[in-house]
Each structure stands twice: as C-alpha cells, then as structure tokens.
Design a binder for this molecule. Structure first.
Ligand code: FAD
Length: 522
C-alpha cells in the first residue's frame, strides 16, 4: 500500500529521507510528488514536500508512463489527407507528438531551420546585429521556447500537464520537472530535448519540413483545402493546426484578409529589469543567501491600481539568466530573458509590464495592439542608432529611469551588449508612470529592489499576442473556417511553454476524434 504525505516541512540542511524514516519507519520505495521552497520572512527558508511512500519494506511504487492509446495504424491509407501543423514551437511539436502517438501521420512545417542551424543565426545576430528573418530567438525549430528560461510553470489546470513533463523527461529533460513546484529546463537542456523529440516524430510518421514558411492557408467554401509554401508548393489537406506563435504578424494579416474571424486581445508591455543575482538572493533568502541548496532566488510581484484598473507585474523572471535581444524584424528591437539549467549567470532579470486593455485603449481597432508594439520596437532600434549603437539593447540605470537622467550603465548580461538610452522617454508616458508606481510598491515588498545596481532594458513588447483567432469551444476549429485549428500562443490560447504544449495536445485530440468518426479504427 502506498500512502501520500502532504506538506512535509524539511529544514534546508535536513535530509528528506530522515523525515520519511520517522513518518513511515518500515517504508519501501518513495517518490517526491511536489517540492517547493518556502522563503517567507517569518521563518528560515525550508523545503515543503508531498511524497508518496510505499508502506512496506520491499514494496515498489508503480511507474507512471502516461500511455496514449493508438487509434490508427500509422501507415493507414484510409485516413486520407494528413493533418498539417504550421510551426514547431511547443504547441506544434506537442500536437504532432500526440497525433503520431494516436497513429495519425502528419506534416509539420517550420519557417526556420533545425535547432543546430538556428543557433548559428541567433549567435550572428547577437554578435553582429545581422537579423536572420528565419532563425532568431522566436523562429526556428523549438519556437520561442528554445531560447528561453524553460520555466514550465503554468496557471492552467490541464490533465495533460503530467504527460507533457513525462515526455519532456523521456526526451532528455531533467527528471525533477515532474515534481518541482517551479519546474524549469533551461535553454541548454531544451536544446538537447528538441532534436530527440524530432527523431521520435520522424520515426513515427511525421514529415518535418524545415525552411518552409507557409505563405497561405488555402480555403474552399470556408473549409481548409491545403497550404501554399513560400517555395510555391501546395500541400492538400482538410486540417491545419495554426501554431505560428505571437510574432508571426504576416500570417495574421493573411488570415485577416482571407476573412478568418479574429478579435483584439488584451496583453502587456514594458521593460526588463536586471539585478545582480546576489542582490535578489540577499533580499529573498536573507542569512541563507549563499546556501548551495537554495539555488538562484526568484520573485513574482504584482500591483493593481484600483482607480485606473491598470496592473503592473513581473513576468517571465529568469534567475541566473541573460537579457536577450529577441526581435524578428530588421526594423525593430525587442528584449526578453533566458537562463541555462544551472541558472548560474551572475544576474537575475524579469519583465516589468503594464497591462494593456484592448477594449479601453484601442476600441474597435483590431490591430491597435500590434501597431503599438511595432511602433515601440521601431523607436527602440532608432534610439540605439541615435546613441551610436547598432546591435545593442537600449538600457538605463533604474535610478535614472526614476529621475529622468542618463549615466553610464552597470555591467550586464546581454550577449549583444547595451547602450544608454532614456527609456523613461521612449515608453509612452502612461507606461513610464505606471512602471515607476509599480516598482515603488515592489520595493516595499522587496527592500533593495530599487537600487544603484538595478537597470532596465527595452522594450518588453512580446509578452503575448495582441490578437486572438476565435475558435469554437467544443471543436477548437476557427469560428469562420472549418478545418482551421488556431492553437498555442499566437492564436491567443496559451501564455507559455506548458500551456502551449497542452493546447497543441487538445487540438490533436479534436483532430483524432474527427478522423475516428469518419474512418475504420484499429
Ligand atoms: C526569450 C524567451 C523566453 C521565454 N521564456 C519562457 C519561459 O521560461 N517559460 C515559458 O513558459 N515561456 C517562455 N517564453 C514564452 C514561450 O516560449 C511561448 O509561450 C511558447 O513558445 C509559445 O509556443 P507556441 O508553440 O504557441 O509558439 P512559438 O513557440 O512562438 O512557435 C511558433 C513557431 O511557428 C513558426 N512559424 C511562424 N510562422 C510560420 C509560418 N508562416 N510557416 C511556418 N512556420 C512558422 C516559428 O518559426 C516558430 O518556430 C519565452 C519566450 C521567449 C521569446
């Protein structure tokens, strides 16, 4: 018999096993179901565990493999046209994975290259400022998730989350992501996971087409009939998974002109803040700041101004990370953050963003959010050029951001460097004001947050897509075009790696059900 013990508090210098020996003296196997760090001020930092314990000495716990029942033979010709997935980010990859596990062969189209080639393009951009429109921090195999912090935490409550973690571990992610409260893979480890996932997909009936941008989705009487590649080749099919991410504005424009229903979506924009990691550790862990078991500390901060209804919050915090130049177009600059598995860079960064209510700010202007983000990104690049730079990110010491000054920058983590720019003037005044207000509140919660050592980078403009491609709640198909499955972050249905992966799976399940209703099953 296995028993679950919840909320076991273990001081950081104590061993979990000692605690389990005490709670279940004759136990056999045990496994951690959940592990978190409690670093709140009223007590010393400690771990909190939930564990499953086999109560008898020789007992083993069942291993969970999250099997997926095969519905079709992979070589089944009775299925007709293969589903076509556009985009190999977490949504597209997990849609493909679930389809092939169900026995449905599919096509996966990716405008960028495989991850090894992609990385060369990214390094060239950071080093020389030459943007490769195919291979950058948002485009190429693995999607925006490849060069990320690899945080897998999500607010959604999908039953598929354990499956996602299990498959990532199967392809090489660290096992602990299955139980940590704040699971994270890190860019270096994700880059090893993706090629293994690709191999599995190729061996199980997924045809992958790299360097193949889909120019158009083809429709006949409001039903998907195929896709047209930029090379002019047509693939026929009646199911398209649109998993193109939050940066593929060209695809959104094409779908809009084809009459696909969409609506404006609220999102958030702002800056990215960077502190020495040591400062964050000292604020969060106090006397335990250098404790080797605690790792790099993180934070999550939010301030809601009731009178204006505007929120300011930290987002995508990357402990021990790097601030990245992560744009996709040659006329603009965007910043974001990443870290490696060990989170061992000497800096911590996080986006500090202001909520942008689509309805209130843009009214009926569907592309108002998109235009604002393009405008800010272009201003960011122009400001860097005006300051004598080319590839650098615009940055400002935090105290200068408050006082409206410009002084030499602190050293920082950005691989493309940084150049001093008046970010307080670059942002719309409402954003500057709200960010200042929010930061002052955060400083009350984390004394030392506003300090000489902190600096901000611009512009954090791609937190999510400012447009949603509307879909039916039951079939997950577009409300206007049958066979089109808007999916993942770009379509407005995910806000991170795990939620995008879960959305890809949800769409794959709907396509499986469609095939099952019209075909002979296994
Ligand atoms: C630097 C950075 C760090 C991040 N850190 C985290 C993190 O730590 N944790 C987290 O949860 N989230 C993080 N995110 C967000 C996360 O990466 C995204 O939420 C997630 O990748 C969205 O998945 P997706 O599959 O919907 O889209 P994407 O990952 O954006 O993938 C879309 C793919 O579609 C391809 N594509 C686009 N248009 C076409 C076309 N016309 N034809 C063919 N292919 C096309 C693109 O090349 C891309 O590969 C980060 C994002 C960035 C940029």
């Amino acid at each position: 018999m296995a028993k679950i013990f919840d909320n076991i508090e273990v001081p950081i210098d104590q061993d979990l096993k000692e605690k389990i020996d005490y709670l279940a003296p004759h136990h056999g196997d045990f496994r951690i179901l959940r592990q978190s760090v409690d670093a709140r001020r009223r007590h010393s930092p400690h771990f909190v565990f939930s564990v499953e314990v086999a109560e008898n000495p020789d007992e083993k716990l069942a291993v969970h493999e999250y099997p997926v029942e095969k519905v079709f033979n992979s070589d089944s010709s009775s299925l007709g046209d293969k589903p076509m997935i556009i985009g190999s980010g977490p949504a597209g990859l997990f849609a493909a994975l679930r389809l092939v596990e169900r026995g449905i062969p599919c096509h996966l189209f990716e405008r960028g290259s495989d991850s090894a080639e992609r990385i060369k393009g990214i390094n060239r951009f950071w080093r020389y400022g030459e943007l490769d429109p195919r291979n950058n921090v948002c485009y190429g195999e693995g999607g925006a998730g490849l060069y990320s912090d690899g945080k897998l935490i999500t607010r959604i409550k999908s039953p598929e989350i354990p499956y996602v973690m299990h498959r990532l571990v199967k392809f090489g992610a660290p096992e602990e992501i299955q139980w940590l409260a704040n699971p994270h893979v890190g860019s270096d480890r994700i880059r090893r996971v993706i090629p293994k996932m690709r191999e599995f997909l190729l061996q199980n009936g997924c045809e992958i087409h790299f360097n193949t941008k889909i120019e158009k989705i083809l429709f006949k009487n409001d039903q998907v009939s195929g896709v047209l590649t930029e090379q002019g080749k047509t693939f026929s099919g009646s199911h398209v998974v649109l998993a193109t991410g939050h940066s593929a504005e060209d695809m959104i424009e094409h779908l809009h002109s084809a009459g696909v229903f969409m609506e404006g979506k609220s999102f958030a924009m702002g800056l990215r803040i960077e502190h020495p990691q040591k400062v964050v550790n000292e604020i969060q862990y106090r006397d335990f700041a250098d404790h080797p078991k605690l790792g790099a500390a993180n934070y999550k901060l939010a301030h809601h101004d009731k009178s204006s209804g505007i929120g300011v919050y930290s987002f995508c915090m990357c402990p021990g990370g790097y601030v990245l130049s992560s744009g996709t177009s040659a006329d603009g600059l965007v910043c974001n953050g990443m870290s490696n598995f060990k989170r061992n860079s000497p800096y911590a960064n996080a986006a500090i963003v202001v909520s942008i209510d689509h309805e209130k700010i843009f009214g009926k202007d569907l592309f108002g959010g998109m235009k604002l983000r393009q405008n800010l990104e272009q201003k960011a690049l122009q400001s860097v050029k005006a300051a004598g730079g080319s590839k650098e990110l615009p940055a400002q010491k935090l105290k200068d951001f408050f006082s409206g000054k410009l002084s030499p920058l602190n050293p920082g983590s950005s691989p493309s460097g940084a150049i001093p720019v008046r970010l307080d003037q670059l942002l719309p005044s409402m954003m500057t004001e709200k960010i200042r207000e929010g930061l002052e509140v955060f400083h009350q919660q984390m004394k030392g947050f506003i300090s000489d050592q902190a600096q901000v980078y611009g512009v954090e403009s791609r937190t999510s897509c400012p447009v949603r491609i509307t879909r039916d709640k039951d079939t997950l198909e577009s409300l206007s075009h049958r066979g089109l499955y808007p999916c993942g972050e770009g379509a407005g249905y995910a806000g991170g790696i795990t939620s995008a992966a879960c959305d890809g799976i949800a769409v794959a399940e709907k396509i499986t059900a469609q095939f099952a209703s019209r075909s002979v099953r296994l």
